[in-house]
Design a protein around this ligand. Structure first.
Ligand SMILES: [Cu+2]
Length: 267
């Protein structure tokens, strides 16, 4: 739909890198067209009223008001279109995101923990099970409060960036250590609030390799604008190699902060 998509081009949406992203864009196209028509229509009506009911021709106010039903019909038409957009497009899209979570050993799992003013990514390692974290264990050396006694956590590792595999569904579990943040992944057309005291999952399937900025989508304090992170989608082979490289050996006791500290992004 070339013409439909024109409005998104004019607005300058970022590229789409997830499987469902184009469906979100399609809905945005229709919302933007509706709003464009409303803007033009209501503006024209406004100027028509200024002219039609000008004081020179209408020295006395009419207490009877409008007699016709045209405006009611137009209003009902707008409500109907909005209902179609909401019930026909927005709700079904939302339902898939919130209920149809992928399962299986193939799914890439990550915990994204926000704090003023950065994100820490927690990967569960080859076992796919996150080790326990406890707030009372949080320290400079252990930013997420990982429990060193938990066997499930032995192969976990932390990373400063969100790294995902192309064509592999992922579940990102978002939480916060302090205030409300929001992990906004614009190329994936996904965003999730990070709310202290609660965890929220989001899932999607990246279909493009690349490297993009992630933004904090909630005003979270004085350093909010600097809360830029990075997201990288690697090919399956590169992802596997990266995963293996960062997984601590199960046999040796590696300091918890090791993986997160190394390979700081420099772009
Ligand atoms: Cu933030």
């Amino acid at each position: 739909m070339q013409i439909l998509g024109l409005i998104n081009e004019l607005i300058g949406l970022p590229e789409v890198a997830s499987e469902h992203g184009s469906m979100v864009d399609h809905m945005l196209e229709m919302v933007h067209w509706l709003v464009a028509v409303l803007l033009i229509g209501w503006s024209a009506y406004f100027f028509y009223c200024l002219y039609r009911f000008r004081q020179k021709k209408n020295p006395k106010a009419s207490y009877g008001g409008v007699k016709g039903h045209a405006s009611t019909h137009v209003e009902m038409g707008v409500v109907a279109i909005e209902a179609i957009l909401l019930l026909g497009f927005a709700f079904p899209l939302w339902a898939v995101r919130t209920t149809e979570f992928p399962t299986g050993a193939d799914v890439v799992k990550v915990r994204a923990v926000g704090e003023q003013f950065k994100w820490t990514m927690h990967y569960p390692g080859p076992d796919g099970v996150f080790g326990i974290t406890k707030p009372e264990l949080i320290s400079g050396d252990n930013p997420l409060g990982r429990d060193p006694e938990d066997p499930n956590g032995k192969d976990d590792f932390l990373y400063t960036e969100l790294v995902l595999a192309k064509d592999k569904e992922c579940i990102v579990t978002v939480s916060s250590k302090d205030v409300i943040h929001n992990l906004a992944l614009h190329p994936m057309r996904m965003a999730q609030d990070a709310i202290p005291g609660s965890i929220a999952d989001m899932w999607f399937k990246p279909i493009k390799t690349g490297r993009w900025e992630t933004v904090c989508g909630q005003l979270c304090g004085a350093g909010h604008s600097g809360m830029v992170g990075y997201m990288e989608v690697k090919s399956q082979e590169e992802f596997d190699a990266w995963y293996k490289e960062n997984t601590p050996s199960m046999n040796q006791d590696k300091p918890l902060e090791d993986s997160a500290a190394k390979e700081k992004p420099n772009s």
